[in-house]
Structure formats: structure tokens, C-alpha cells
Design a binder for this molecule. Structure first.
Ligand code: KIV
Length: 262
């Protein structure tokens, strides 16, 4: 699969579902390269890689480092870098930080969380030639201000608010939106209300594509297993069993063998 252009991404809406997966390093990015439409360097790395309780303490420097690594591993995939908490609170700061992503990494776009209240930031970035993916619904960067992860789109009023958010972000120039943790009927209504692709996570089947966090879908992140995750591999057991076998081989002097020495 060749790297998609923004025009071809937008043309996919209603034609072909889009796939996105997160990656934080060159090793896994290389495995995913060309297999999915997008690789997202999500600030979720702060939890699965950094062992932190939420995404809030991820820094711009960390996102740049991990995005460089992903870009080194994946040359044929559209790469999106998450802007971490507090790095796009105002227009000038948002541009300076997004400019770093463009100048210091090979990322193709940035992703920012927020609806109507962030539309002016999206517009400022897109007016200055930065490609932006929006992120609405459950926004992990609101974890502390909202007192936890809250599923959205549970009533008509909230569904309308989410539609307004999505439309504001689209009009501000975003070329795609991620919607997270919303009731599937809300996700369907949002996807139908805008003309740019909507990528869902915990948002049902009626979006224009799906995204999953790699460490969740491959069963490496054992601390927390959201309901919406489909686990494609029991990574944690595979790794633990292999480590135990390695230990047993060393203890029993079965490793290294004659073929494994110089
Ligand atoms: O940080 C992340 O991995 C994300 C996904 C959950 C969409 O934003």
C-alpha cells in the first residue's frame, strides 16, 4: 500500500473504510507500514510506554522523539502526531509546536483534541499549512477536568453538541476527525453530518474507519482493557512465556547451544 494523499483520504468517505493504528517506535511502525492507512503517534504512549496514569504529562519533546522513530520505521504510511496536553492552548503556541512537528519529524499531520472551543486553533494551523486531524467525543486530555473517562452522545442534546463540534472543526479546515467513546447512534449521526472522514474508537461500526491502540489490540497493555478493544494477539502471555523459557534454558545450561556460539 502506498502513502495516501489528503485528497485520496477525503475521497475514501463512503467508498472504503479507513484503518489507523498507533505506533510509538520504529520497530512496530515498520511492521505496520503499508498495512494500514494511517499510523498515529498517540499521546497514549504516556500510559502504555511511560507507565503514567493518563496522557496529560506527555511533552512535545517526547512526541517529537517518538514521531521521529515512527517516521524512520514507516516510509509508506500517512503519519499523524498527537499534540500533547497544553501545547495548543493558544494560536501562537499551537503553531510553534506544530511547526516543530513538521520541521523535526516527517509527520504528515497533527491531531488535536477539542470541538467548537478549539476551532480557531484548527483554523490558525490549517491557514498556516499544517494538516490537522480533530478529535472529539471522549477526549483523554480531559481525564482530570472531567473526573474520568466519560462516554459521550447519550442524549439528543449531547449528540447535537457533538455534531456542532464536528462541523466547526470541519469548517475550520481539519481534513479528518477521530471520535472516541461515543454511543454508536451518535457516531453515525456525526459521520453523516460532515463531509470529511470520521475515524472511530469505541464509536461503533458506522464511522468511516477505525483506530486502535496497538498495545491494547495486541494484548500488551494489561492494566486496563476497554470494552471496545478487540484483542488480536495475546502479546503479554507470549512475551511472559518466552521470558520464562529463556530463563529455564539459561538456568539449565541449554542456552547458548553449540550453534549459538563463536
Ligand atoms: O493517543 C491516542 O492513542 C489516541 C487514540 C486513542 C485515538 O488519541
Amino acid at each position: 500500500m502506498k502513502k495516501k494523499s489528503i485528497t485520496s483520504i477525503q475521497k475514501s468517505k463512503g467508498v472504503q473504510k479507513l484503518t489507523m493504528i498507533t505506533a510509538y517506535d520504529a520497530l512496530f511502525a515498520r511492521l505496520f507500514d503499508g498495512e494500514v492507512d494511517f499510523i498515529l503517534v498517540g499521546d497514549s504512549l504516556n500510559m502504555s510506554f511511560g507507565g503514567k496514569p493518563d496522557t496529560l504529562s506527555a511533552t512535545m519533546d517526547q512526541m517529537i522523539y517518538h514521531t521521529q522513530a515512527v517516521c524512520n520505521g514507516a516510509k509508506n504510511t500517512f503519519i499523524i502526531c498527537d499534540m500533547p496536553f497544553g501545547t495548543y492552548a493558544n494560536m501562537d503556541g499551537a503553531f510553534l509546536n506544530a511547526k516543530r512537528v513538521y520541521q523535526e519529524t516527517g509527520a504528515d499531520a497533527v491531531k488535536i483534541e477539542g470541538g467548537i472551543e478549539k476551532a480557531h486553533i484548527v483554523k490558525h494551523l490549517t491557514d498556516n499549512s499544517i494538516a490537522v486531524v480533530g478529535h472529539i467525543g471522549l477526549m483523554p486530555q480531559n481525564f482530570r477536568s472531567e473526573g474520568g473517562y466519560k462516554v459521550k452522545g447519550k442524549d439528543e442534546e449531547n449528540i447535537q453538541q457533538l455534531i456542532n463540534d464536528a462541523q466547526a472543526i470541519e469548517h475550520a479546515g481539519a481534513f479528518m476527525i477521530v471520535i472516541e467513546g461515543v454511543k454508536s447512534e451518535a457516531a453515525k449521526a456525526i459521520s453523516q453530518a460532515i463531509s470529511i472522514p470520521v475515524i472511530g474508537i469505541g464509536a461503533g461500526v458506522d464511522t468511516d474507519g477505525q483506530v486502535l491502540v496497538w498495545s491494547d489490540m495486541f494484548g500488551f497493555f494489561e492494566e486496563f482493557k476497554p470494552k471496545f478493544v478487540r484483542q488480536y494477539l495475546d502479546g503479554a502471555s507470549l512475551v511472559k512465556n518466552s521470558v520464562r523459557k529463556y530463563k529455564a534454558d539459561v538456568v539449565n545450561e541449554k542456552f547458548p547451544s553449540k550453534d549459538e556460539i563463536y
